[in-house]
Design a binder for this molecule. Structure first.
Ligand code: SF4
Length: 424
């Protein structure tokens, strides 16, 4: 096993540490299962590897925003000193600042968050803040949503501009427009566009001006009801899997769903297939959740006969169907938190969250389904060093890395977001 960036002796798991054949391994505190430390401290682990995401992003010519270089001294700083400086700046800014932290952020970041949540919860929290500045420890599309939903005098800061989302990058507005136009040219009507929260503001705006709506993994089934009360078909982007899992939950047969591949004529479908489809699913996926497999579930069940398997609906449909339960990040947290002590949970979602759940609930056995545990590499780009850099500038009166959505896009995107927030 290759150990990426692991510092021996820096155990992140509350387990017993031991060195075997030159590798540091940790003994899980509540079972006899051994975890290689490389699985736990995957600072340079690349979740996109093996999922094809890099190839796809190359084909899209995705160029992430460029982060201004910050002094290397920020990264070399002793962690205790760095954290103390962040706390001090945080105190100086007082009520002028709110720090939001997504559940997939590492503990070193989440410790500073005034509020934690998934993208849906954070977008609601962002809308309700009265502070001047929101330091958004998440990824770019979330900061955009915070800017759209927040009041005009609030400024949203993303500590590292390179914290994007590979799934959001898989749907480009011009490709979505082209697909929409192609379906219209075929005379297929009654289509309601739905974009997942994990998408650029421009796609939310597309939905706003075309009678569509935004959804999250928490409310996708209710958003499908909303859409089907207004049309006969759904055009869902950018996540094929959330779209498909939600359609399955709504009893739509799989043969009434087609995948739209933007690199192929008619999205890779025949005219007949497009005419008979009820749901058009964009060919995009989350490189973290696409790693989970039915084989991993079978292995977990073989090792722990009483295991409960819970996964995120960004996983492939066969994984969701093989699991015992599925739902948003908030749903996963609530289900495990409400479960009796002594229960065992195999979880199919991002490792920072799984690790935090286990640390918070040592009376339960909680582990990640994927044996090669990787964090979301784009969420991981938020590092306390960037937080310190951004806060130092803020205290000096200079706002760095502000995320702003242009007024026209903002207006249309807000329509789609507000439709979602109004869904009962
Ligand atoms: S976990 Fe997946 S969907 Fe979420 S930010 Fe990372 S790549 Fe995007």
């Amino acid at each position: 096993m290759v150990i990426h960036g692991h510092q021996p002796g820096t155990a992140l798991w509350p387990g017993t540490q031991q060195v075997t054949n030159g590798q540091t391994v940790l003994l899980h505190p509540s079972s006899s299962r051994w975890y290689a430390s490389a699985q736990l401290d995957a600072a340079t682990c690349v979740p996109e590897e093996g999922t094809g995401a890099y190839d796809l992003l190359d084909r899209y010519h995705v160029e992430p925003l460029k982060q201004e270089r910050i002094d290397r001294a920020y990264f070399k700083m002793d962690a205790t000193e760095r954290d103390a400086r962040i706390w001090d700046l945080r105190r100086q800014l007082g009520d002028r600042l709110t720090i939001l932290g997504h559940h997939y952020q590492r503990d070193e970041v989440i410790q500073f968050a005034d509020f934690q949540g998934d993208s849906f919860k954070l977008s609601q929290l962002a809308a309700g803040q009265s502070s001047e500045f929101t330091l958004f420890c998440g990824v770019h599309f979330m900061a955009e949503s915070a800017d759209i939903l927040g009041s005009p005098n609030q400024q949203v800061i993303l500590p590292n501009l390179e914290a994007g989302c590979s799934m959001a990058d898989m749907a480009k507005p011009e490709d979505v427009e082209l697909a929409w136009q192609t379906l219209a040219n075929l005379g297929i009507d009654g289509i309601i566009p739905i974009t997942y929260m994990n998408s650029a503001a421009s796609l939310k705006a597309f939905c706003g001006r075309n009678g569509g709506i935004v959804c999250t993994s928490s409310n996708a089934p209710r958003v499908y009801d909303w859409a089907f009360s207004r049309g006969e078909r759904i055009f869902f982007f950018p996540d094929e899997h959330l779209g498909r899992n939600t359609a399955v939950r709504k009893d739509i047969p799989q043969d009434r769903m087609v995948v739209w591949d933007p690199f192929l004529p008619l999205g890779g479908n025949t005219e007949e297939e497009l005419r008979s489809a009820q749901v058009y699913l964009w060919k995009g996926y989350c490189s973290v959740h696409a790693r989970f497999s039915v084989e991993q579930i079978e292995k977990a069940r073989a090792e722990y006969p009483d295991v409960n398997v819970i996964v995120h609906p960004e996983c492939r449909v066969e994984v969701v169907q093989a699991a015992d339960n599925d739902g948003s990040t908030e749903h996963i947290i609530n289900v495990i938190r409400d479960a009796p002590d002594g229960t065992t949970w195999a979880v199919g979602t991002e490792i920072n969250l799984v690790r935090r759940l286990q640390a918070q609930m040592p009376e339960k056995t909680i582990f990640c389904l994927d044996p090669i545990i990787c964090p979301c590499s784009t969420m991981y780009r938020i590092h306390p060093a960037y937080m310190l850099w951004a806060l130092e500038h803020l205290v000096e009166g200079r706002v760095v890395n502000e995320i702003t959505v242009d007024p026209a896009t903002r207006e249309e995107a807000k329509i789609a977001l507000e439709r979602m927030l109004a869904v009962p």
